[in-house]
Ligand binder design. Structure first.
Ligand code: KG4
Ligand code: ZN
Length: 361
């Protein structure tokens, strides 16, 4: 089974071909996942948005139009296949910037129609949630820490299409906090990798920033107070020298790490109460590329006896392989969608999110 996946919900245009590995389900060895990536083409629009300090929706939509057809051709060429060799075409239908979503979704539908292949509408968050099963032999259920530019959530992943959100941010997403801190310190866009690079050279103990929500039983997150604390400290210390910026970044990142681990503890307790004993956890989303966060999670899971799946960096940030893989997971269960499936700028994974696939939400 082979699926083409198309992703255009934010500022990455991506097309990928993923193939189901033979014998999935029973006889997979440790370390090998359910899928094999035959091609994974990603074109970042960072250069187009950098001058504006963030993603400009109209520019994003136009940039997706400019490159998507070329990326799809390239993905098929790298996979060494044609449309006739595909078993389905999956497109991210949301959540995200509506102009961009429409570009990728309409392209996916048109290709499915023209090639006479099943179409599968994918929730971008489901793509992130299931990536760990593409790369590793991982069974349901597991706890997902989803940390991206738009989302910060703890989700119990019970099966394909069955997700329970245990907690989420009440204000900024963690990636958004990284981006805003970078912006206020003049580090540019996107902020996460730049803050991480500065933090490597800084002293994390220099500033004692707040750890929001620490100890609260409900596994929610809040990052806007932390972001404000960094801004106030940056204003107090102005003009900032290189070492001040590095110290601010290191202290901010340390506060994020502590907060995530504390919230994870609360999430695990919730998981135990609502789903059952938790044996494995997964981190996904662009912020999962952060080395300090990855190391802290490895330590925490090691101490707690939890199996941790960390997708490789290029599968943490937005990509087409995660959409193609989610397409395979759905196609295997016979869950295809009709061509009337709408673009959904807002689309929760849990609650009645799954009902959207049956035209009910
Ligand atoms: O999942 P993603 O590629 O796009 C969204 O769906 O949001 O995540 C992008 C976010 C941005 O906020 C970016 O600053 C953050 O992930 N990010 C990082 C790192 N790399 C990307 N944050 C912290 N450290 C990183 N190394
Ligand atoms: Zn994402």
């Amino acid at each position: 089974m082979r699926v083409l996946g198309i992703e255009t919900t934010c500022d990455e245009t991506a097309a990928a071909v993923v193939q189901l590995r033979q014998g999935l389900g029973q006889s997979l060895g440790q370390g090998s996942g359910g899928g094999e990536i035959l091609a994974n083409e990603v074109m970042s629009q960072i250069a187009e948005h950098a001058a504006f300090g963030g993603v400009v929706p109209e520019i994003a939509a136009r940039a997706h139009i400019d490159v998507l057809d070329r990326l799809i051709s390239r993905a098929l060429a790298h996979a060494n296949i044609g449309f006739a060799d595909l078993d389905g075409i999956a497109g991210a239908a949301g959540p995200g910037l509506i102009g961009g979503v429409v570009v990728g979704l309409t392209t996916a539908k048109a290709l499915a129609l023209a090639a006479g292949k099943p179409f599968i509408a994918i929730n971008h968050l489901e793509g992130h949630a299931l990536t760990a099963r593409l790369t590793d032999n991982l069974d349901f259920p597991y706890l997902l820490l989803l940390v991206s530019g738009g989302h910060t959530q703890l989700i119990a992943v019970k099966s394909v299409g069955d997700y329970r959100r245990l907690g989420s941010t009440v204000d900024d997403a963690v990636g958004e906090a990284f981006d805003k801190v970078a912006k206020m310190l003049g580090l540019g866009y996107p902020g996460g990798p730049r803050v991480e690079r500065e933090a490597l050279m800084g002293n994390a103990l220099r500033y004692d920033f707040p750890r929001p929500m620490l100890g609260r039983p409900k596994p929610d997150f809040s990052f806007s107070g932390l972001k404000t604390a960094v801004r106030l400290e940056a204003e107090r210390s102005a003009p900032l020298r290189g070492v001040d910026i590095a110290n601010l970044c290191a202290s901010f990142q340390a506060a994020v790490v502590d907060t995530l681990i504390d919230r994870l503890r609360a999430g695990l307790r919730r998981f135990g109460e609502e789903v059952g004993p938790c044996k494995s956890m997964v981190i996904a989303g662009g912020v999962a590329a952060n080395g300090a966060i990855r190391r802290a999670l490895q330590r925490f899971c090691g101490e707690s006896g939890l199996r941790l799946t960390l997708p490789p960096l290029e599968l943490c940030t937005d990509n087409g392989a995660m959409i193609a893989w989610a397409g395979i997971e759905r196609l295997r269960l016979g869950r295809t969608d009709d061509l009337g499936f709408p673009a959904r700028p807002r689309w929760p994974l849990d609650g009645d999110g799954e009902a959207a696939h049956h035209g009910k939400a």
